[in-house]
Every structure is written in C-alpha cells, then in structure tokens.
Design a binder for this molecule. Structure first.
Ligand code: ATP
Ligand code: ZN
Length: 284
C-alpha cells in the first residue's frame, strides 16, 4: 500500500483528485467527512492535508508521496524526491513595489524592507543576486503591507495581477514559475516504489494522450513521401491501401502543440479527408 497526501481544500484539490481519478483510481473524496480514504481498485491510501504540511510529512515518512506546489516545497526546504511535474497549479512568485516608485533594475531592491510568506525563497534569490534587503516575514495579506507602512515591497504569488493592482502595486521581478509536483520520500521500500511506478505509468499515459492527437487522412500514392516528411510521427505512420486505385489511408500521431501547422501543410501537400481524433491513453 502506498499513501499519498493531497490538499484537503484549495486550489490544488480538484486537479489532484482528477489526476488520480483519470489514472483509473476509484475513491471517495469528501475530505470534510474523512481525512483519509482507501482506493477501492488500487493499493493507494489518500490523505487530505493542508498543503503546507505535505513536504514535512513526506520527508518524515508519515506519508509516502504527496502533491504540492513547487513554491511550498522550495520554501519548506525538506528533503523529498520530485517525481513528476504535473502541469496544474501554475503560478509565479514575484517581487512588487508601489506603482509610484521608480524601478531601475534589481539594484533598486537594495536595502528595501520586503514583506513575504516565502522568506526562504526570497533569501535565496537575494543571495544569488548579491542583494541585501530586509525580509519581513508575515503569514498572509501580504499585499497590504506597503500601504500600512510595514514594508517597501512585497514578494508573493501573483495570479492575474488584479490583487496587486487593487493595492497600488506593480510587479517588478519574477523569481519563480511554480506548478504542482508529485513528490515522494527518497527512501521508499521496493514494494512501495513499484506502486509509485504503476501510478506514474498511468499518469504519463494520460499526459501523453492529452498532448497528442491521432490523425487519419487519404493521400494520393505519389504524395505519400511528401506527406510522411511533414508528420513527426511516433515511429513511422501506418499506410493502408484504399479501395480506390492510387490512394492510401495514412494514420499517425501528431503533438498537440504543432498540430494546426501540420494540418495546413498536409492539406497543401495533397492530403484529403483529414480526421483528427483525441487519444484516450498513450503508452510510449
Ligand atoms: P491550505 O489551506 O492547504 O494551506 P493555501 O491557502 O495555502 O491552502 P491555496 O490558495 O489553495 O493554498 O493554493 C495552493 C497552491 O496553489 C499554492 O501554494 C500554489 O502552488 C498554487 N497556486 C496556483 N495559482 C495560485 C494563485 N493564483 N494564488 C495562490 N496559489 C496559487
Ligand atoms: Zn497553505
């Protein structure tokens, strides 16, 4: 049995539950009633915690694995293994100053009082850039610190930037681009590692499927070579003869990111009846 901690409620909760569900894992998820639950069809126990506690519990072997923001992992400075970047919970951590104050590069941060909930990440950033500043640790409502006269600047998570704007602040330096990570205790016994690998296999199959499309098209035989040169396929495309003389059906997989460009090129190269189909699972 492997145990995994996910956020009890908050921004990572729904995506974390969906990640496990999409991996075919069935469990009850109402953390209001119970803080731990067993999957019914996979050797996994799911534990619902505050995100801030997850790195410590993973390091201390209280749970085997967890899903938590990179910002929290870096701040807590616990020894955990990062197994996978999960692609959700994206946010950035930035330094912001009052709109009315001029900013002339990083040296403008010198000797400022900076309020933050992330003192360690900020400290590392300042050290890295050889800057001295006075870090003022607070536990929330960081954005109002400058207007209260508590600080000259803040270092915090910036979502859309509307909170900054509402508090008369402007973003001047991005320090970290964060997303949710799957982390694990670095010393899991082999039986638990094997379960983690099974889980990873499923997560990766889903991610590959989401980032690719299956594509089918009819191609005149004399254009096949040209068409193949356009498709950056998995291995080589499948080519099947059509009932009509001189034509073939060609199947391949195309990455989501370039798929519109590829479609245009295929059409120009003489492909017809192009069908694009979502992939449910993809194992490389
Ligand atoms: P908890 O009660 O579990 O301590 P929290 O209030 O610390 O929750 P949330 O606001 O739910 O945390 O955010 C959880 C994580 O979501 C953050 O640590 C960060 O990694 C990520 N995140 C993504 N976008 C944002 C955003 N706009 N603001 C804050 N966090 C964000
Ligand atoms: Zn938290």
């Amino acid at each position: 049995m492997l145990s995994i901690a996910i956020q009890k409620s908050g921004r990572l909760f729904e995506d974390s539950v969906a990640l496990l569900r999409d991996a075919g894992i069935t469990f009850g998820s109402s953390p209001n009633r119970t803080l731990r639950t067993h999957a019914s069809n996979f050797p996994l126990e799911i534990i619902f915690l505050r995100d801030d506690d997850i790195p410590e519990y993973v390091e201390g072997n209280v749970v085997d694995a967890g899903i938590v923001g990179e910002n929290v992992i870096l701040e807590k400075q616990k020894t955990v293994r990062c197994v996978e970047r999960l692609g959700f919970g994206a946010c950035k951590l930035s330094i912001a100053i009052p709109k009315s104050v001029a900013f002339n590069g990083k040296s403008s941060l010198e000797n400022l009082r900076i309020a933050t909930c992330y003192p360690r990440i900020l400290e590392n950033y300042l050290l890295e850039h050889n800057l001295r500043a006075d870090i003022h640790e607070i536990s929330g409502a960081v954005e109002i610190a400058p207007s209260l006269g508590l600080a000259d600047a803040i270092f915090d998570i910036v979502g859309t930037g509307s909170t900054l704007l509402a508090n008369g602040l402007k973003e001047v330096e991005t320090v970290l681009q964060s997303e949710a990570l799957l982390i694990a205790n670095p010393q899991l016994p082999p039986a638990k590692l094997e379960i983690l690998e099974r889980l990873m296999f499923r997560i990766q199959a889903n991610r590959n499927a989401k980032s690719n499309r299956y594509i089918l098209m009819n191609v005149p035989n004399d254009r096949i070579e040209k068409v193949i040169s356009i498709i950056p396929g998995m291995k080589s495309p499948t080519i099947l003869p059509l009932a009509i003389e001189g034509w073939s059906s060609l199947h391949s997989v195309v990455p989501e990111t370039i798929f519109w460009d590829v479609l245009e090129q295929l059409k120009a190269a003489g492909a017809e009846g192009i069908l694009v189909i979502p992939i449910e699972r993809m194992i490389l």
